[in-house]
Design a protein around this ligand. Structure first.
Ligand code: UTP
Length: 494
């Protein structure tokens, strides 16, 4: 929604005022006369960068389709056999083959990862980017560092005498997260990665609206804007030159994931190998729901196309439906925002469908200027609308989809809520990561000496093991439950 700003002249200002008036948004200039020259020029630049007519249209279309969705689309569960599972070891042989294929693609430098890190993390309640959040591990490492270590370890696992595997890391940020994220990467020396292999890009923003479609101001000289949702990834990838950068590096396969999942298997070779072998253009990892009423989006068919249905969109009866052959829930493919794409899909197919991607209404508390009183209003309940696209909005247009079911405890523990909230919070992230490290050690034949009444603080650095591999030397040892393993030669035994 941005374009180059014209020069700030009285003629251009008059033309801009007229444009906003024609679009029914003249009120944004109501307090323009109070601004000093510098603020007026900055406001002129911001207003010029907003395609006000398009924004109006997005608002109208989105509000309209949210009303129409009262008449629900035909929702059906994924057909059995249209996806695969890694659960219960049912696919052991196949999983090895998928993983080997994924590692081969990484070895040949054909795989990149995209981190979605543009969210404001409002529920978590920290003003810093979520990726910098310390979930209380023995290492004290924030989420960005955990992800970087997994990339480094995977590069090492995939490399051999003749191949030096590199996994480029693309980091999508937004206005609220960009500067702090870049500064943190620089300060941490790219968490041990090569700076040339990290590509930052910014998603777009859209104005915030009142419930009746008027653009809100955050001050007399500034429109209130918000990131355009994680679905902003597609436009941002294209506009930032990221896709050309990937093409120039020979990348063909991409894994994208959310910043707030401490268990994410970044560039998961099993997933990439699976999707690549199926010849998919897009893919998704899913986990079984914890219970029929878990409030999580589920991948399903919507009018026969792939889509995500929110818990609130289906009846209790539908949510409880089971598959006759297995008695599992029919709507069980919990969406965990781990996606696969081919670069061809992102570069050639998505531009054809981008215009068809609708926005969604997010009703939020939006701080804004009361134009009559000139006072800043900090509402206590939702007072306005942000327009967002979701990263899975492309699903209905996907022709060849690969959906792989994985174990939640291996790959998904989201950080959404503030400390102490009991679910999807820092404590559950820490607990789930530590439990996974204990499982890795036990699977290698070690015992972790737990102490009654004490929370274990047992961490194995991802630089030592990406997903439980390489821990053979722990076999037969009894390990102290409070230690950080960064080197297998110096583990603490009891
Ligand atoms: P969420 O939708 O959970 O939002 O993001 P959030 O910002 O982390 O948290 P709340 O809702 O404000 O509490 C899921 C993923 O999508 C990214 C987030 O960074 C996270 O990785 N995201 C979200 C973006 O990249 N851009 C956005 O505009 C929104």
């Amino acid at each position: 929604m941005v374009k180059g700003a014209p020069t700030f002249t009285s003629e251009n200002l008059a033309a801009l005022k007229q444009r906003y008036a024609d679009a029914g948004q003249a009120h944004v200039f109501e307090r323009f006369g109070e601004l000093n020259d510098e603020d007026a020029a900055a406001f002129f630049e911001q207003l010029s960068s907003i395609e006000v007519e398009d924004c109006n249209e997005f608002f109208a279309r989105t509000m309209d389709s949210s009303k129409q969705s009262q008449q629900p689309a035909k929702i059906e569960p994924l057909e059995s056999g249209s996806f695969d599972t890694t659960l219960d070891g049912a696919q052991d042989g196949a999983m090895d083959a998928w993983r080997a294929e994924g590692l081969r693609l990484i070895r040949e430098n054909k795989v990149a990862v995209i981190l979605l890190a543009g969210g404001q993390g409002s529920r978590l309640g920290s003003s810093a980017p979520k990726g910098l959040y310390d979930i209380g591990l023995p290492s004290g490492k924030p989420l960005f560092a955990l992800q970087a270590e997994r990339i480094r370890r995977l590069q090492q696992l995939a490399s051999d005498d003749t191949h030096n595997a590199t996994i480029p890391w693309l980091v999508m940020t937004s206005g609220p997260t960009s500067a702090a994220t870049r500064a943190a990467f620089e300060k941490a020396e790219y968490f041990g990665l090569n700076a040339d292999d990290v590509f930052f890009f910014n998603q777009g923003v859209l104005p915030c609206f009142s419930n009746d479609g008027k653009i809100l101001l955050e001050s007399a000289g500034r429109v209130a804007v918000a990131p355009d949702g994680n679905g902003g990834i597609y436009q941002a990838l294209r506009l930032s030159g990221a896709l050309d950068w990937l093409r120039s590096r020979g990348i063909e396969h991409i894994h994208s994931y959310c910043v707030d999942n401490c268990l994410v298997r970044v560039a998961d070779p099993t997933f990439i190998g699976y999707a690549a072998q199926r010849g998919a253009e897009c893919g998704a990892l899913v986990v079984p729901k914890k219970s029929w009423d878990e409030p999580v989006g589920v991948i399903c068919l919507r009018n026969r196309d792939f889509g995500v249905v929110e818990y609130s969109e289906i009846s209790a009866e539908m949510a409880q439906m089971t598959r006759p052959e297995t008695s599992e829930l029919a709507y069980n493919a919990g969406n965990i925002c781990n996606h696969y794409y081919t670069l061809d899909f992102l570069q050639h197919r998505v531009p054809e469908i981008e215009d068809k991607l609708e926005h969604h209404v997010a009703r939020k508390k939006i701080k804004h200027l009361d134009l009559e009183t000139g006072e800043l209003v900090a509402p206590t309940k939702p007072n306005g609308i942000k327009l967002e696209r979701f990263v899975f909005d492309v699903f209905p247009f996907v022709e060849r989809m690969a959906i792989l079911e994985v174990d939640r405890k291996d790959q998904f523990s989201p950080l959404k809520n503030a400390p102490g909230s009991g679910a999807d919070c820092p404590e559950t992230s820490r607990r789930d990561l530590i439990a996974q490290c204990i499982r890795f050690a036990e699977a290698a034949g070690a015992k972790v000496q737990l102490v009654d009444g004490q929370e274990p603080a047992f961490e194995i650095s991802a630089l030592v093991s990406y997903a439980g591999e390489g821990l053979e030397s722990l076999k037969g040892k009894t390990l102290a439950a409070n230690q950080l393993i960064t080197d297998l030669d110096s583990v603490v035994t009891v």
